[in-house]
Every structure is written in C-alpha cells, then in structure tokens.
Design a protein around this ligand. Structure first.
Ligand SMILES: Nc1nc2c(c(=O)[nH]1)N[C@H]1C(S)=C(S)[C@@H](COP(=O)(O)OP(=O)(O)OC[C@H]3O[C@@H](n4cnc5c(=O)[nH]c(N)nc54)[C@H](O)[C@@H]3O)O[C@H]1N2
Ligand SMILES: Nc1nc2c(c(=O)[nH]1)N[C@H]1C(S)=C(S)[C@@H](COP(=O)(O)OP(=O)(O)OC[C@H]3O[C@@H](n4cnc5c(=O)[nH]c(N)nc54)[C@H](O)[C@@H]3O)O[C@H]1N2
Ligand SMILES: [Mo]
Length: 682
C-alpha cells in the first residue's frame, strides 16, 4: 500500500468511535508509519478539529500492549494468561468448536458486539452474515439508545431531527441530558456560535458539568425526572397560550388527550419530583414558549432510566406544541441516523437464516442470560460467545453476574480485540483486529447528515486482520461457500448505501452530504403512520401501554430505600470513549483514577474527605474509588465517572458493579443512571 512512499502522504478517513460527531480524519503517513491524525479541514462538521482522545490515535494504534497475533488461553478463565498460536491453529480450532455446538443447536452460540467501531463494514456486515448463516442466537443491541429511539419513533416516527448546523441560528438552545463538551464537541462549537449571536443556552442535567457551567442557566434536576419537567413545561405553554394552534391542528394527533394530561402537571407538582424550584420551571417555560426559533439538543444521557422512553416522548412533543419545527433553527435533535439510507439487508443478509427463527438475547441482561440453563422458554443454554467491537465485562450492568457468566468453564469464548481488555481476559481465544487506520469502512453519523468514508492509511499492525476478514476465514473453515462470504471490504463499502450515495464522490473527497430539507418538518410530514407528530400513540395503546407520555418513576427512585439513600449516575469521562482509551497512558493520566463526585453535604454526613478512598455499595456489589467532594454533584446524587477498565481501577471493579439489569419502559434498554447506592469511607 503506502509503505514505500518516501515523502509524507495524507490519507482521508473517518473517526470510528461511538460519538455523534463522526469526524472526517486526515492521517499523515511517513514511510508506512502513521505519524499524525488530524481533523479534515475540508469537512465542515469536523472543521479541522478533533477531541483530545482521537488526536492521540497513533498512541493507541502503536501501543506496546496492542495484540499482535492470535492467543490461546493457558491459565484459568479470567487470569489473562495466554500463549501465542498461529491463525491457522486458532481458526481451525474455533471452527471445530462452533461446528460441534451448532450440530446440536446453533442458538447456543451468541455474537456479542456493539460500537467499538461505528463502521457499517467492520461493525455488522460479514459478522452478521456469518451468524445468520450459522443460525446463531440474535443479539438485541440495546445497550445505548433504544429507549430514546423508541420514544422518538413513537412520536415523530424515526431517529431524525434538526440539521445540526442550524443550531447556530437558534435563539434558545436547551442542552438536555448531554454534556456536549465531553461527548459532542462539534455541537458545542455550534452552540457557542449561537451564544455569540445572542442565543440563550440552558443545560438540563443532574450534574453540574463543564457544559452546564458555560450555559446561561442550569436546571439541575434529579435523575429520571425529565418527563415530569417536560409535562410541566407543557402545562405552562397551555395555561399561557404559548401554543401554535395552527401547527397543532394540522400536524399533530392526540392534542386533546395530551392537553388533559399536561394540565395535571403544575410546576409545583413537577418541581417536587424533579427537585427543582417551580419558579425555575415557569421561567424556562416562558423562555421556551416566547422565543423563536428554539431548539432542543436532547442526548441519550436522559434515557438511561426506567422512564427513559416516556421522557424522550414527552420532550419530543414540545417543538410541535410551539411550532418550533417551522424554522430550520427550531425543533429538536436526538439522533439523525434515521436519515441515512443504509441497505442493512445487503450488508447483513438476514435471508441466510433461510426461514429459521432464531431467538433474541438482550445484550443488557447478558449476566442473567449466561446463568440460565436450557429450558423450553429460554431455549438452549449459551455455550459459546463471539465478542467483537465490545467490552461487556466493563460496560454491561451488574458486573458480578457478567463476570460469573464469563468465568463458566463450559463456556467457549472468542474475543476479537485490539487489546487485552477485561473481557479478553476471559477468552479462550483472542484474535487480533485491525484499527481504523488499517482497514476500509464507511460511516453514518447520528449527529450530522454526511456519509464519511474511511480508507486504510497503513498496513495491519502485527498479524491483525479486519473483523470482516476474520469472519471470511472462519466462514471458509465452517464450509460456508455462498459467494457473499468472499466479497471484499471495498465492495461492502459500495453496498452499504446501494445506489443512493455517489461512491466516486466519497472516494474523491472522503465525505458526501445527504440531500435533506433544511426544515424537514416545517409542514409536518412526520415519519409516523399518520404523518403527524403523535402526542397520543395508537401503536403503544394497541400494545396495552399508555398512549400518552407520562412520568415513569425510576426503578430505584430517591427516597424509596432507607439503606441506599443516594442516587448514582455514571456519565462518560471526557478522555475516554466508554471503556475505549482507558489503557492509553497519556489519556489515563488526565483522568487520574476512578472518581466519585459527591456533594459537600453528603460527604460531611459520612465523614468523607476529598481524595479519600470510598466504598460505594448496594445489594449488587461494591466498588472502591476516590471521593471528589465537588460542586458538580447535586445533594443526594453521586456521579461515578465511567467507564474504567476494571483491572485498571483501585480494586478490580468499576461502576457497573453497582448498576442493575433492569430495563427501560420502552426499547428494552439499560438503566445505568437509575441506581441507588450508599457510600462510606473505606
Ligand atoms: N468523551 C466521550 N464522548 C462520548 C462518549 C464517551 O464515553 N466519552 N460516549 C459516546 C456515546 S456511546 C454516546 S451514546 C453519546 C451520547 O452520550 P451521552 O450519554 O448523552 O453522554 P453525555 O453527553 O455525557 O450525557 C450524559 C449526561 O446526561 C446526564 N444525565 C444523567 N442522568 C440524567 C437524567 O436522568 N436526566 C438528564 N437530563 N440528564 C442526565 C449526565 O450527568 C451527563 O452529563 O456520547 C458519545 N460521546
Ligand atoms: N455505567 C455505565 N455503563 C455504560 C455507559 C454509561 O454511561 N455508564 N454507557 C453505555 C453506552 S452509551 C454504550 S454505547 C456502551 C458501549 O459499550 P461498547 O460498545 O462495548 O464500547 P467500548 O467500551 O468502547 O468497547 C469497545 C471495544 O471494541 C474494541 N474495538 C474497537 N474497534 C474495533 C474493531 O475494529 N474490531 C474489533 N474487533 N474491536 C474493536 C475496542 O478496543 C474496545 O475494547 O457502554 C454502556 N455502558
Ligand atoms: Mo452509547
């Protein structure tokens, strides 16, 4: 490839990480070695700027602990002791083990993958083909966003919203359940531009984040109370008649029913639940009801609680009530990925199931699933896991159950990875995977509306192979001889959008913009069955659920347990991406150690000083970390910044030792931020 070039070249790529920004990258390569990764200045959404972690990409790629060849376990499960084997030995043995299990029931095999890369090719293309052909169990990929997405689908019809660039023209921006500076940096730049042009910024978050500090106002509500807040805002819009009656009449359904529901939510009632002064709710409603254009940047931080789906529904009703959607700088954005015309059937080939109805296992409850014996209801006991693009030992809730499952001696586990993560420690085989600098891929974004192409900049490091290639070679050893198992990665990139995106343009520029109207819902035309913004969802009502959005209290609401009085949320640390980058020294140095932010009043009541090691515990487990007595925490709520590698923490655990496997009201999602704990000095 580029290994013989003498003068430096620049290769166009895409950031693979699970972040709304989906940046376009420029990698400098000298003599076959990547020396620098920058944001592509030609891509308007990236604007030449990268976050700190991705600007350290070469440090991660050439990390001394990168897995360079296949490894086979020699110690007990979890001990992390492995020996080097050849690809041929590893793949032959893995294929033999999978074939033996599949001969009895292929559903005893489960792929476990998420968004280590967001690429459509190294994500779920060849891997899904492989597991569909095998007839393995299907994975319900719920660990991030399904509650909010389901709320959106039920209300406006799809994962779609405002075009992010037009937030710059908004006069009021609600940053709701999101720490933009940490998790959506390029949006923050747009919000800053709006602020300079006179917009008011309001942050709605239980934590006093860097973002909250820089907004004009911070509504510091209790976790899991967003629907109550949204309903009280509606109450105020109604009683003050800050409504767009024409928009409501023409482009919404269920208005009378919603009106009746919202009128039960006075700011006093909501304020009690949210832990926010009723006056602050009134003034926020006045701002929202009397400022145009007003825009909401909702993010997934507010839907990791029992009522997350309903909360997203309630917030999604607001812009239709005020007619904010009429303006290109008004409306809301949770995710934009529904705009991308991805041809998933072509990539993943569900037809290879050939009529078999595989069961589906929820990735959130993997701990419980690994403990279940065979039964008529569950089907066969899980006997093999193939993990790629994910680190479930660190990121899945209720870790002690997950660890018990991965430690099962009768479970055969294969992990495709860059590093020996907490999950890889439990593998029977670790297979070295390439990084984004070493393979082809094609991307969507959930924060903007451009397709971004990734070209490999360097040769694979060590003996690593792209996920796609690993599944191709496994397919061959399994005797899967369908032509789709030999398609190469560039062909897969071309297939991803069928004929809808000009691939030659992508090859030439690295990105291409989807043709989407500036104000997609100015004239209604929502993507629901009725074409309206469905305040009342007939589809939910038919399932026996509440057709209207409501406040659904947390499973573990503050005040409901005398033993565990503190609510714990565990939002991302700025310099990590979920559990990725935790092992990159320069980034871990910035984050220091696992921290628990605690308000001075809660710390004083427990005799806890800043910097002390504390024991955070509940009935599920305990986790030791360092206390940070900090104004970022609200009284009654502690913030355990995530998601650390367990083995790099103080006691071999992380915050997910405490979180539960309970699910959200809609979308079968996780409830990471719906968790009661107690804290004591250790
Ligand atoms: N640096 C960095 N960037 C990331 C990530 C990362 O780990 N690190 N993760 C990426 C991923 S996977 C995703 S899904 C995206 C989006 O990820 P999000 O989860 O939206 O990430 P944040 O923007 O940190 O938003 C979480 C915010 O929600 C707040 N919050 C917690 N509970 C509640 C609640 O009940 N109500 C409200 N209103 N707020 C609440 C937290 O305090 C936190 O500030 O970000 C991506 N970007
Ligand atoms: N307590 C708590 N838990 C959380 C969250 C939280 O806020 N609080 N956030 C949740 C959210 S939003 C999400 S999205 C999940 C994320 O959970 P995951 O999707 O599991 O994300 P990561 O922890 O980043 O792990 C991804 C792994 O994939 C690997 N990887 C990256 N690229 C490739 C590749 O090309 N090939 C292969 N084979 N491997 C690759 C990386 O090395 C990394 O170890 O975590 C969830 N867990
Ligand atoms: Mo996520």
């Amino acid at each position: 490839m580029n290994s013989i070039s003498i003068s430096p070249i620049q290769v166009r790529g895409a950031c693979p990480h699970d972040c709304p920004d989906a940046c376009a990258l420029l990698t400098t390569v000298e003599n076959g070695v990547a020396t620098k990764v920058q944001g592509n200045p030609e891509h308007r959404h990236t604007d030449g700027v990268l976050c700190t972690k991705v600007s350290r990409y070469t440090e991660r790629t050439y990390h001394a602990e990168r897995i360079l060849h296949p490894l086979r376990r020699i110690g007990p499960k979890g001990s992390g002791r492995f020996e080097r084997v050849t690809w041929d030995q590893a793949l032959t043995d893995i294929a033999q083990r999978l074939r033996a299990i599949a001969a009895v029931d292929p559903q005893a095999i489960l792929p476990y993958s998420y968004c280590g890369t967001m690429g459509l090719v190294q994500g779920d293309s060849m891997g899904m083909r492989f597991f569909n052909r095998l007839g393995a169990s299907l994975l319900d990929r719920t660990i991030c966003s399904t509650a909010g997405v389901e709320g959106l689908v039920q209300t406006i019809g799809a994962k779609v919203g405002m075009k992010v660039e037009f937030f710059a023209e908004s006069k009021l921006i609600l940053i709701w359940g999101s720490n933009s500076i940490t998790s959506n940096l390029h949006f923050w730049r747009i919000a800053q531009a709006a602020k300079r042009a006179g917009a008011k910024l309001v942050c709605i978050d239980p934590r006093r984040t860097e973002t909250a500090e820089k907004c004009h106002e911070h509504v510091q509500l209790r976790p899991g109370t967003d629907a109550a807040l949204a309903l009280a805002l509606m109450h105020e819009l109604i009683v003050n008649d800050w409504l767009d009656h024409d928009y409501i009449a023409r482009h919404t359904s269920g208005w009378e029913a919603l009106r009746e529901r919202a009128l039960r939510w006075s700011p006093e009632r909501a304020g009690e639940i949210c832990g926010v002064p009723p006056e602050q709710i009134r003034s926020l409603a006045r701002d929202y009801g009397t400022t145009q254009p007003a825009a909401i940047r909702l993010n997934y931080g507010m839907q990791r609680v029992h009522g997350g789906g309903n909360a997203a529904r309630a917030v999604a009703c607001l812009p239709a009530l005020t007619g904010a959607w009429r303006h290109r700088a008004g409306g809301m954005l949770l995710g934009a990925s529904g705009f991308f015309p991805v041809d998933r059937a072509a990539l993943q080939r569900p037809d290879l199931l050939a009529g078999r109805k595989s069961r589906t296992i929820n990735m959130v409850t993997i701990g419980d699933a690994l403990a279940r014996p065979s039964s008529e209801q569950f089907g066969p006991k899980l006997e093999a896991l193939v993990v790629y693009n994910s680190n479930p030992m660190a990121v899945a809730p209720d870790s002690s159950k997950v660890a018990a499952g991965f430690a099962r001696e009768d479970l055969f586990t294969v992990v495709l990875e860059h590093f020996q993560t907490d999950t890889a420690d439990y593998a029977d085989y670790i297979l070295p995977a390439t990084t984004q600098l070493e393979h082809w891929d094609i991307h969507l974004s959930y924060g903007h509306t451009d397709v971004v192409l990734n070209r490999p900049a360097i040769e694979p490091v060590g003996e690593s192979k792209p996920n796609t290639q690993i599944f191709r070679e496994l397919a061959q050893r399994m005797g899967f001889d369908e032509p789709c198992f030999v398609e190469d990665d560039v062909s897969l990139c071309r297939l991803a959008y069928g004929g809808t995106v000009n691939f030659e343009e992508l090859l030439a520029h690295g990105f291409a913009t989807l043709p989407i109207p500036d104000a997609p819902f100015a004239e209604g035309a929502f993507l629901t069955p009725s074409g309206k913004c469905e305040f009342f969802s007939e589809r939910l009502a038919r399932q026996g659920l509440d057709g209207l959005p409501d406040h659904v209290p947390n499973h573990e609401a503050v005040g409901t347990s005398s033993r565990y009085p503190l609510a714990m949320i565990s939002p991302p640390a700025r310099n990590f991406m979920n559990s990725t980058f935790v092992n990159v020294p320069s980034l871990r140095d910035i984050e220091g150690e696992p921290l628990l932010e605690i308000h001075a009043s809660d710390a004083a009541a427990r005799g806890i000083a800043s910097g002390a090691v504390v024991r955070v515990f509940n009935d599920r487990g305990e986790h030791r970390c360092r206390a940070d007595v900090s104004p970022r925490a609200r009284p009654g709520v502690v913030n355990g910044l995530g998601v650390w590698w367990r083995k790099l923490g103080l006691d071999g655990t992380n915050v997910n030792e405490l979180t539960s496997q309970k699910l959200t009201d809609l979308g079968r999602g996780p409830v990471f931020y719906d968790c009661l704990v107690e804290v004591e000095a250790a």
